[in-house]
Ligand binder design. Structure first.
Ligand SMILES: [Zn+2]
Length: 423
């Protein structure tokens, strides 16, 4: 694998260039007569398109004590991500042109990876009145979502799909029937009964997935389902795709690797509290099968950094979420590919070309002409997850102490090195 980079783009390696800032990432050997300002020896390493995270909570503006554009995008770069899709549940909520433009401007000034803003579906994410979808799309919002809060009102969801479709943008949905979920804090099943914690039934997700698929069919809109967690949801998406509907889906590393039993084995560690909750082994198996057969398009982190104070409370009161940008790649490589549950090509696609396709981005590829977003991975580097060493301000991870193999050692965004740890 040889990559020649110039002017922030990937060039055809057959054509020599000598522009300023040329960079050659060479996985084999340096060709005769090739001139570059810098040559990176990537022999024995994996050179892949920069990873794209469809689901990141950067927390800025408003919750900088949890994360900001600098800490969040440094965490992304370390994790091998060159593009993150920033969710709108900030304060203020990103629900109008001014906030979307602010995020784009602030990211340009301070972020080290590409930040693509999501606009809210409803004003203030209150689920009552549609936000200014067209205005935000024109300002650069790549998708619309009230993530963090489900869109309970079906008519509002219908309008959102219709308006977003006029701009060729998907609506990203956090599928959860709020009434069914009730006061639940983990999956409703054996372990919630044993532990005496209130449970969220799998149907709370699947029922909403079914509704949103029907609304996508009704409107012809594009629907992207965030963080699927149940077997039934996967079946519904498989059927929707078979019928040719514009439906895509993502899954998180934690829903692929942990089950609700982790709440018990961790001794009520609040870092196992996520929304949707960790489910059963049968759900995990169905999610993996969905990823393998293409029903699920992408692995997304749902990076949800929290302050220690948000987590250092009783399980019932703890905030939901995992700081995921710095562990996602290694978890996938070590625990899925390494265990033979996923092929390397499938894993890389789910982190690059898959998410690019969901949003129609010209990224997730190393083809000549593409932006030089590149991640170089050392597949054999062993490391231990130590949250205290995270670039992210959020140290909330149930994977603390896990020994993993595989790490991003070089991350390039537009040809610029934003993370480097080559041995
Ligand atoms: Zn969500």
């Amino acid at each position: 694998m040889r990559l020649l980079i110039s002017g922030g783009r990937i060039l055809d390696p057959q054509r020599g260039v000598d522009g300023e800032g040329d960079l050659l990432v060479d996985g084999d050997r340096i060709g005769e007569g090739t001139r570059a300002d810098r040559v990176i020896d990537a022999r024995g390493l994996l050179v892949v398109p920069g990873l794209i995270d469809l689901h990141t909570h950067l927390r800025e503006p408003g919750f900088e004590y949890k994360e900001d554009l600098v800490s969040g995008t440094h965490a992304a770069a370390r994790g091998g991500f060159t593009t993150v899709v920033a969710m709108a549940n900030t304060s203020p909520v990103s629900d109008c042109r001014a906030t979307v433009e602010w995020v784009i401007g602030a990211a340009r000034a301070r972020a080290v990876v590409n930040v693509l803003p999501v606009g809210a579906v409803s004003k203030g994410q209150k689920g009552e009145e549609l936000a200014e979808i067209g205005d935000m799309a024109a300002a650069g919002a790549v998708a619309f979502s009230d993530d963090g809060k489900p869109v309970t009102n079906g008519e509002l969801m219908r309008c959102a799909l219709q308006y977003a479709a006029m701009w060729g943008r998907p609506v990203i949905t956090h599928c959860e029937d709020r009434q069914l979920a009730g006061e639940g804090v983990m999956h409703l099943g054996y372990w919630s009964t044993v532990l005496g914690l209130r449970g969220i039934p799998a149907a709370a997700e699947a029922a909403m997935v079914a509704r949103d698929i029907m609304l996508a069919e009704l409107t012809g809109g594009r629907l992207h389902l965030a963080h699927l967690s149940t077997a039934r949801s996967v079946e519904l998406v498989r059927e929707a795709k078979a019928r040719g509907l514009a439906v895509t889906a993502e899954v998180t590393p934690h829903h692929l690797l942990l089950t609700d039993e982790a709440v018990a084995t961790s001794g009520f560690d609040t870092d196992t509290k996520v929304n949707p909750p960790l489910r059963t082994p049968a759900d995990v198996a169905a999610l993996l099968e969905g990823l393998r057969d293409g029903t699920i398009d992408a692995i997304a982190t749902d990076h949800a950094p929290h302050h220690q104070d948000d987590k250092d409370v009783e399980y019932n009161y703890a905030a939901s979420g995992i700081s995921g940008l710095e562990t996602a790649l290694a978890l996938v490589l070590d625990r899925l590919v390494g265990q033979g549950l996923l092929e390397l090509g499938q894993a890389v696609r789910a982190l690059t070309a898959g998410p690019a396709r969901v949003l129609g981005l010209d990224r997730g590829t190393l083809a000549p002409g593409a932006p030089a977003d590149v991640t170089v991975i050392d597949p054999s580097r062993e490391w231990t997850v130590e949250p205290a060493l995270f670039a992210s301000r959020g140290r909330n991870t149930p994977f603390k102490g896990w020994k993993l193999r595989g790490q991003a050692v070089l991350t390039l965004v537009g040809g610029r090195i934003v993370h480097e740890a080559i041995a």
